[in-house]
Each structure stands twice: as structure tokens, then as C-alpha cells.
Design a protein around this ligand. Structure first.
Ligand SMILES: [Zn+2]
Length: 184
């Protein structure tokens, strides 16, 4: 029954992540964020937890953009407040232990892996706003200490030249893992 519950919860979270990616405005699209998170999780904890690592990393990577569902009143406010608190390096660092703890509740075998999950979750969470800050739209990386919108403007909101090679790397890693398992 617990397993069934976990599957339902994962399905719900994956659906929410997909919806976020469809609704996200002003940012690097959530598909790109999902793929970066999946790649980071695959590289850091994939060898311990297998294929689910990439899925969990992808889901965690979309969490900062869930604020698109919070109505701030009007389009200007939406634009101003999106990418502030939810994209703060400080707040995301503080949130990482809670997210890592929640993830370790999904599977019994993950409960002893809190520290590696914490490292993975922290990396996935803080790279999200760093990637967003490479677009022309400002990201308040230092909120609440400063509301300065960091914006390098080196990549477009949706950049297939960045996303597709990364997606290829994640898929290759997944296939290699499957091949390794098949051979052993
Ligand atoms: Zn974002």
C-alpha cells in the first residue's frame, strides 16, 4: 500500500512539474531546468539510487518556479515578484534539508542516504536561479539581502542548443545504466 501511495505521489508531482513547465513565464523554461536537475542528480546520486535519481532531480529543479501559481495581483507584480524569494540562493539553501528529507521518505532504502540527497538537492536547487540569471530577465539571487536583479543575458529563455545536448547526456546515462544492469 505504501508503495502504491508513493507511486501516486510521484505521478502527482511529475504532473505538477509538467504543468509548471507549461505555465512558466519569464524564465528559462522548466523543461530546461528539469533536464539540468535530472543531469545533476544522475551525476551525483545516480550510482546509488538508479534511474529514479534523474526523475527526482528533474522534479526538484522545477520547484522554484511553482510561484507562477501564486497570483500577485497584476502582470507587473507577477513579473516583479517571480524570481525573488523562490529564487533566493539563501532561501533555497535553507529549504534544501527539508526537500532532501521529504525525498528520503519516498523509499525505505533512501533513508540512510540523507547526506548524499542533501548535496544533490542543494546543487539542483541553487543551479536553477543561477541558470535563470543567465537570461535577460532579472533574478534576485541575494533576496532578501538585496533585490538586485542579476541578468547576464547570455542565453534565450528557451535554448535548444543548451537543452538538447544535456537531454541527450541524461538519456545516454539512463540507457548505459540499463545496459550495465542487463549485463550484470
Ligand atoms: Zn526559475
Amino acid at each position: 500500500m505504501f508503495r502504491g501511495l508513493n507511486a501516486k505521489a510521484l505521478n502527482f508531482i511529475a504532473f505538477a512539474a509538467l504543468r509548471t513547465s507549461l505555465c512558466t513565464k519569464f524564465t528559462v523554461d522548466s523543461l530546461t531546468q528539469f533536464v539540468l536537475g535530472a543531469a545533476l542528480a544522475e551525476a551525483t546520486i545516480g550510482h546509488r539510487v538508479g534511474r529514479l535519481a534523474a526523475l527526482m532531480g528533474g522534479i526538484v529543479a522545477t520547484l522554484p518556479d511553482l510561484d507562477v501559481f501564486v497570483p500577485f495581483g497584476d502582470p507587473v507584480s507577477d513579473f516583479t515578484y517571480h524570481r525573488s524569494a523562490t529564487h533566493s540562493l539563501l532561501l533555497l539553501t535553507l529549504a534544501a534539508p527539508l526537500v532532501a528529507w521529504l525525498i528520503t521518505r519516498f523509499k525505505q532504502s533512501w533513508r540512510d542516504d540523507f547526506k548524499p540527497w542533501l548535496l544533490t538537492v542543494w546543487l539542483v536547487l541553487i543551479t536553477h536561479p543561477l541558470l535563470d540569471s543567465l537570461t535577460v530577465y532579472g533574478t534576485q539571487l541575494l533576496w532578501p539581502l538585496s533585490e538586485h536583479p542579476f541578468a547576464v543575458g547570455s542565453i534565450f529563455i528557451i535554448d535548444p542548443l543548451y537543452t538538447l545536448p544535456l537531454l541527450g547526456a541524461v538519456i545516454t546515462a539512463q540507457l548505459m545504466r540499463r545496459t550495465e544492469r542487463g549485463a550484470s
